[in-house]
Write a protein that binds this ligand. Structure first.
Ligand code: BTN
Length: 269
């Protein structure tokens, strides 16, 4: 079991972490921590709330997919924030979250995680963590932002459904030993607080620099699937607004803000 008292006590040690984790709630099993955080947002609950669950029955993934959420082995959390930034800046929070995930995983395990645009975290080319941003605004209050994070921590290879085995992994599989989930969560909340502070201070250049540094996507030939079209090209750079710039075969460039990409092959020097 996760230990909410230990988590709270450690979050209280750093003022910037305390800011995003003023309350930490742990549920045994819920449908979706994001759904609960959104409901709290609609009831006017202030920012700084962390909703954790040991299991989710209807874990939500990006693009309407499900997030596999078995009990007691992984991290499933949603942060409820009420950021001051304008709504067009909110997508930067998902990049900040992926950088925080990479830094926390790197520090706690010594592995070398990478970011697959827009915000999947990969270890050994397989997905180990995912992020789902959702927001709630009723016009009357400060808009809220819910950041949902799922990390495959201590799952065994056999725990994954067969269709996920080729594309997903866990930290335990990569490291060949179990990870303390409380320690990883505390490192993650500290790293999130640091990255959100950068955004608050208007230092998004530093954030984008980290995203580019940790990117697994740049330099790769990719297939892009957006809600409206599909095409192939070379991933060149992640821009200031978080968009991915793609160079097409005819030399023209396209910027994508939403979508899914598949890495096709690497440029060989
Ligand atoms: C993705 O598809 O990559 C995003 C996955 C996000 C999963 C997390 S688990 C905690 C939170 N609650 C949810 O229902 N989804 C997010």
């Amino acid at each position: 079991m996760l230990d909410p008292e230990k988590i709270k006590e450690r979050c209280n040690r750093r003022p910037q972490t305390r800011e995003i984790a003023r309350e930490v709630l742990l549920f045994d099993s819920v449908d979706s921590t994001n759904r609960i955080a959104l409901e709290m947002a609609s009831m006017g609950v202030p920012g700084g709330m962390v909703i954790l669950a040991e299991a989710q029955e209807k874990g939500r993934g990006r693009l309407g997919r499900a997030w596999f959420s078995p009990k007691g082995v992984n991290l499933y959390l949603s942060l409820l924030l009420r950021p001051y930034q304008e709504s067009r800046e909110l997508p930067l929070f998902s990049l900040a979250t992926s950088v925080a995930l990479v830094k926390a995983i790197e520090a706690e395990t010594g592995l070398a995680p990478r970011i697959k645009w827009p915000n999947d975290v990969l270890v050994n080319d397989k997905k180990v963590a995912g992020i789902l941003l959702e927001s709630e605004s009723d016009g009357a209050q400060t808009p809220s932002l819910v950041i949902g994070i799922g990390v495959n921590v201590n799952m065994e290879a056999d725990d994954f459904p067969p269709e996920l085995r080729p594309i997903a992994t866990s930290l335990k599989i990569a490291l060949e030993k179990p990870i303390d989930r409380d320690d990883l969560l505390i490192a993650l909340l500290d790293a999130l607080a640091d990255q959100f502070l950068l955004l608050e201070e208007g230092k998004k250049g530093l954030l984008i620099e980290s995203v580019n540094r940790y990117s697994q996507t740049l330099g790769k030939k990719v297939r892009v699937d957006t809600p409206r079209q599909a095409f192939e090209g070379w991933a060149e750079e992640i821009e200031e607004d978080g968009a991915l710039r793609i160079r097409l075969g005819d030399g023209s460039r396209r910027k994508i803000m939403v979508g899914d990409i598949t890495h096709l092959r690497e440029i060989k020097n």
